[in-house]
Design a protein around this ligand. Structure first.
Ligand code: ADP
Length: 256
């Protein structure tokens, strides 16, 4: 999109000309469009659980509360929807803090054998409940520099996705290692996979391959956007490979 400012000028001998200043405003318009889209997405994402909360409380107040089974079922839905709303708001606040670069990393030196097992411990119970098997392969020990809390957030997000998108009986793996260029961490699953055409977009805010499935698993659609920002704040890169029906691998790489 080009915006033009035209200024007439007169020459010494009475001739007339025009000075044209051309500005390419495409990037500004593009950013405006992204912002409008984001606000629309946020509103929609917030509205969905609120509508459901209102609907179920109204039905309870209208008499459904008298039936003990219905009451239990509806209260559980209300609880799940409020939890999702809470997660959504906390992810949104986090994302806005990270994107406005207000997050300062509290870097510390720690070995990979000290860093990873406590993080895995926080999701072990969930892995078991979902009847998935888990393999941890840390290999040789080495020292890294990370913000422990933020790094934990990255791994928990990736492991939660692996759990959410892998049917019972499947496998999840986490491995780490070093090569000449970088130290890396890999989260592997044998889940539903991601179609090739969706791969470039999964790190966008609110982008989901299957909206219904993401909602069902309690996802906010913001997890991978947050992960990517945090990995980049650690000067790292994130790479994904996937095959539909076979599984997905996320590799994080941090240069030495
Ligand atoms: P969500 O809260 O929906 O999981 P994310 O930002 O974490 O949001 O992920 C975006 C989308 O990427 C998901 O909705 C899902 O479609 C896809 N995805 C992420 N991780 C995996 C995985 N391990 N296996 C299959 N699909 C995945």
């Amino acid at each position: 999109i080009i915006e033009a400012n035209l200024t007439p000028i007169w020459g010494e001998k009475g001739g007339m000309g025009v000075v044209a200043l051309l500005h390419d405003i495409t990037p500004i318009r593009y950013l405006e469009k992204l912002r409008t889209e984001f606000v629309a997405n946020v509103s929609h994402e917030l509205k969905t659980p609120v509508t459901s909360l209102r609907g179920f409380t109204e039905t309870l107040l209208d008499g459904a509360a008298e039936d003990p089974e219905m009451r239990q079922e509806f209260l559980e839905i209300i609880q799940n929807e409020s939890l999702r709303l809470e997660r959504l708001i906390s992810d949104l606040l986090d994302l806005s803090k990270i994107e406005s670069r207000k997050v300062r990393l509290d870097l510390e030196e720690i070995t990979i054998h000290e860093l990873v097992p406590p993080i895995v411990k926080t999701v072990e119970e969930q892995i078991r409940k979902r009847e998935l098997s888990f393999e941890l392969n840390l290999g040789n020990n080495f020292t890294v520099q990370v913000d422990k809390d933020r790094f934990s957030q990255v791994l928990v997000n990736l492991l939660s996705n692996a759990m959410a998108y892998t049917p019972a009986g499947g496998k999840i793996g986490l491995s780490a290692g070093e090569d000449e260029k970088c130290w890396w961490i890999r989260v592997v699953d044998t889940g539903i996979g991601i179609p090739e055409e969706d791969l470039p977009r999964i790190f966008e805010r609110f982008y989901r391959v299957d909206k219904a499935r993401s909602r069902e698993s309690g996802g906010t659609g913001l997890g991978l956007a947050i992960v990517k920002h945090l990995v980049e704040a650690h000067q790292g890169t994130i790479h994904v490979e996937s095959q539909v029906g076979k599984g997905t691998t996320f590799t994080l790489c941090f240069p030495h």
